[in-house]
Design a protein around this ligand. Structure first.
Ligand code: ADP
Ligand code: ZN
Length: 730
């Protein structure tokens, strides 16, 4: 008899039930940890795949897995998704009838149910506890665990009783999961669940597929419509600050031919629910909403999140933008920014206590810094959540794709660090700016800081200039915020080393949102669009079919198959059940439930269009490739040496050259002169150039085999050919 290793069993189940070939990130370690009976605490950003961490063990472990989840809507959604995979999952909450509850309890007692979703309220009911005490339970999962903490942004008092309730069920392993990760909340959760000893798994918060962009709030409606036209037919969320604005924008969009619906707390509950369902079921493409919308919305194919108004905090912004691109495909996050919005938000706080007002002000200020900063958006967001991202160019934010003007910041950084040191690292940004600029306000006077060496050394630069320099030194970690004293800045080890042995540092200029910018110029900025590598026509047909099947079965379309699966079908053209089961995210359960009509459609399409189906086509590389492309193009724009580019994107020099050749062939001009002039002699350049001018073909093979070029290296020839193609071919 063959015995499968436990590891293999996990993988096998992953493929068989969920249709995925690989675990993502640390899913596998987390699952193993839980199976080993350890308490487990998972902090993972939205869309990274938390659910699988308890869903898969529930299928392997003996007994029923209990999942505590705060929202009834979310519960139903997850149960629907699991049922689509052929997993017997159910929920227990106040929406069930007596008869349904009786049936549910019977099925649980017969060990037919793998996962039971419950609301914390239901767990407080004595009859439910008594019933669960009689059943074998494998473990308890606590989803959205940040609801336990009063420091989090979504506190729910009943969550604080969870530990007591679980205790009544016996000594069970617990897995707690959340996407909100400030250290304070984390400690609070662990304390409350009495699982300080739990193994903590924290994933990177980097959402690689999200594109971040901030635009000035000018002619915003026009800009918005243009943006939406470029993304017509795709799912998206537009967040507005007020209910009035939500209504206004939804109407504007409908008038302009988009399918949009409003969502806010002031709507009749029936209308609100219908609008949300219409969005999930793709009856409308765009939902205009206040931030009341979103928590518990698991729609994986939201392609853009627009902030029409400035959000109140970076935490909120990160959560809201995080709802785009959960499936790993395109997700564009666009914010319209104006100072005026900040003032409005500040006014909302006027009835709060002094402390609350001050906290809210600090959060708003972070928002302002983020919007105006020239630094990579991704780097800033990750920095905010305590994670360092040290790539030069992420290629997926406005500041990286259209870099801001740069300047030599070596001396400025030196001055800032000296100012912090000479004031004994006990002061805030504003005070340091005053000291550097020689502004004698009351603090400077009372501390006698006008006597310092550094006082007034800042020359004629404006306060904004110095603020921007200081914020950049923070993000580049020469300075750090003191944890105990809000606002106080201290010099880091990196800063100390720099002071001892300064090296040259480039900084960039902030965005200036005060001057008028030509509307045309602004709205022509576009997120890089991934080249489509799949059959778009078939993809659209599959989507239409999915919608029909979803309607018949009364499920949201993405429960049937998700977009990445449809894209893969439109690439590999599966025509048998086995082939379809190979598609990522499908699995045999779904093939049997929904596969038939899809196979028929593909079969017919393949026949009519004479398509050769390759059963072993390798997919999944296109997204990464196109991302590499964007990075290559942006780095060449910045005149970075090709070997450095190769290093930064972990490709060989050869591969980069090949990519560049592809880019040229697809019609993009690249100016490589800065590099070629360094590595190829002028007379060699002329010779190779002459060859291509006179040759009958631009074929590389022909050039490599031509006698007149026998003395030149392949690299030289390829570089010159790219130059030639760029100058004459495009
Ligand atoms: P979270 O709860 O962390 O926001 P989900 O559990 O909803 O994320 O998962 C996000 C998406 O990732 C879902 O569409 C899910 O099907 C997909 N996913 C999860 N695990 C994997 C995996 N190992 N391989 C491919 N896709 C996965
Ligand atoms: Zn960036």
């Amino acid at each position: 008899m063959m015995v499968l290793e436990e590891k293999d069993i996990l993988k096998q189940k992953l493929k068989e039930v969920f249709g995925y070939a690989q675990f993502r990130g640390n899913q596998e370690t987390i699952i193993q940890n839980l199976i080993d009976g350890r308490n487990t605490f998972v902090i993972m950003p939205t869309g990274a795949g938390k659910s699988l961490c308890y869903q898969l063990p529930a299928l392997i472990q003996e007994g029923l897995a209990i999942v505590i989840s705060p929202l009834i809507a979310l519960m139903k959604n997850q149960v629907d998704q699991l049922n689509a995979y052929g997993v017997n999952a159910r929920f227990l909450n106040s929406t069930l009838s007596k008869a349904e509850i009786t049936k549910l309890k019977k099925d649980c007692a017969n060990d037919e149910v793998r996962l039971l979703y419950v609301a914390p309220e239901s767990l407080t009911k004595e009859e439910n506890i008594q019933f669960l005490q009689k059943i074998k339970i494998s473990f308890v999962a606590i989803d959205e665990a940040h609801c336990i903490s009063e420091w989090g942004h979504d506190f729910r008092p009943e969550y604080r009783k969870i530990k007591t309730m679980i205790g009544q069920l016996g000594n069970l392993p617990v897995i707690a999961l959340t996407a909100t990760a400030t250290p304070k909340v984390q400690i609070d959760i662990q304390k409350n669940l009495q699982m300080e000893e739990a193994d903590v798994f924290m994933s990177s918060f980097n959402r690689k597929n999200l594109y971040y962009e901030v635009r000035p709030k000018k002619e915003t409606k026009k800009q918005l419509i243009k943006f939406l036209r470029d993304h017509k037919g795709k799912s998206g969320i537009i967040y507005c600050l007020s209910r009035k604005k939500v209504e206004e924008i939804a109407q504007l969009l409908n008038v302009n031919g988009f399918k949009a619906a409003p969502y806010h707390a002031g709507l009749d509950p029936d209308v609100r629910e219908k609008n949300q369902d219409d969005f999930l079921n793709e009856e409308v493409d765009i939902i205009c909403a206040t931030i009341a919308f979103g928590m518990g919305i698991d729609k994986p194919d939201v392609r853009f999140v627009v902030h029409y108004d400035v959000p109140k905090s970076l935490e909120g912004y990160y959560q809201e933008t995080g709802r785009s691109g959960r499936d790993g495909l395109e997700g564009i996050c666009l914010m319209f920014y104006s100072h005026n919005d900040l003032n409005k938000l500040e006014k909302f706080n006027k009835d709060k206590t002094v402390q609350e007002r001050e906290n809210a002000r600090v959060l708003l200020q972070e928002m302002e810094y983020y919007a105006e900063s020239p630094v990579c958006r991704r780097r800033q967001l990750l920095h905010y959540f305590g994670e360092e991202y040290d790539q030069d160019n992420c290629g997926m934010c406005d500041n990286c794709v259209h870099p801001r003007e740069r300047f030599d910041g070596t001396d400025a950084v030196k001055l800032v660090l000296q100012a912090a040191k000479q004031t004994n690292e006990r002061f805030t940004l504003n005070h340091l700016v005053n000291v550097i600029r020689g502004v004698e306000d009351e603090y400077v006077k009372s501390y006698g800081h006008f006597d310092l060496d550094i006082y007034g050394k800042g020359g004629d630069e404006e306060a904004d200039y110095w603020k921007s320099v200081i914020r950049q030194t923070l993000i580049y970690q020469f300075l750090e915020k003191d944890i105990e004293n809000i606002g106080v800045l201290k010099v880091t080890k990196r800063g100390e080393e720099f002071l001892k042995k300064p090296y040259s540092i480039e900084l960039a200029k902030d965005h200036d949102f005060t001057t008028d910018i030509e509307d045309e110029e602004v709205s022509s900025e576009k997120a890089p669009v991934n080249a489509k590598s799949y059959d778009e026509k078939l993809f659209e047909m599959l989507k239409t079919l999915r919608k029909k099947v979803a309607k018949d079965k009364d499920l949201p379309p993405y429960v049937i198959f998700q977009d990445p699966s449809l894209e893969e079908m439109a690439t590999t053209y599966p025509t048998t059940k086995d082939e379809l089961a190979q598609v990522n995210g499908v699995g045999m359960g779904k093939v049997n439930k929904f596969g038939k009509e899809f196979l028929e459609l593909i079969e017919k399409y393949v026949e009519e269009n004479d398509i050769e189906t390759a059963s072993e086509v390798i997919v999944k590389t296109s997204v990464n490739k196109s991302k590499a492309k964007v990075q290559i193009i942006t780095q060449i724009d910045r005149k970075i040496d090709l070997d450095e580019i190769a290093d930064s994107i972990k490709m060989t020099f050869e591969e980069v050259l090949t990519e560049i050749e592809n880019i040229c062939y697809s019609g993009t001009r690249l100016n490589l002169n800065y590099y070629i002039d360094q590595v190829v002699d002028k007379h060699k350049q002329d010779d190779i150039h002459d060859y291509f001018m006179n040759a009958e073909t631009d074929s590389l093979d022909a050039a490599l085999n031509d006698d007149s070029l026998a003395d030149y290296s392949e690299e030289d020839i390829r570089l010159m050919r790219i130059k030639f193609l760029s100058e004459y071919g495009n």
